[in-house]
Design a protein around this ligand. Structure first.
Ligand SMILES: [Zn+2]
Length: 143
């Protein structure tokens, strides 16, 4: 049966498109009360979720290959096998996630959510929302 994406009463589908990535990096959290103050590494897992309408002509919302290219250029090329303390005053998963969001959004991705996993059981999820001012993560004045 022929599939009609458009039709009477039918809107253009808005799609969530996700792709998973992985990178290795080292960090230490100097003021952490527990063992995270010691230098250690993680095999980070990053899930990038974009939201976009399905293009009628191509049938695609976000091209997986284009998503991969942008995430590699904007994030993985900079963070993979890096010492995160050289880039972030506080290299917590939370602040790294905000930095990733800002770079991917500036590169034109229409983000819905990103998830950054430090371990199998610990992750942060960021949707670009804010509650109040937090510490700077752009390498400027520290908190
Ligand atoms: Zn850690």
């Amino acid at each position: 049966m022929h599939y009609e994406a458009r039709g009477p009463g039918r809107t253009i589908p808005a799609m969530l498109v996700a792709r998973d990535f992985r990178f290795e990096a080292a960090h230490q959290l100097p003021d952490h009360p527990g063992k995270c103050r010691h230098l250690h590494g993680h095999s980070y897992r990053l899930r990038v979720v974009c939201r976009a309408p399905v293009d009628e002509r191509t049938g695609l919302a976000i091209d997986f290959a284009e998503l991969k290219r942008i995430v590699h250029e904007e994030v993985l090329d900079l963070l993979d096998h890096a010492f995160l303390n050289e880039r972030f005053p506080i290299p917590s998963a939370e602040l790294v996630a905000v930095w990733i969001w800002d770079r991917l959004a500036a590169a034109g991705l229409t983000l819905d959510e990103i998830e950054l996993k430090e371990t199998e059981s610990c992750s942060v999820i960021y949707r670009g929302e804010g509650l109040s001012h937090g510490p700077r993560i752009d390498g400027g004045e520290g908190p």
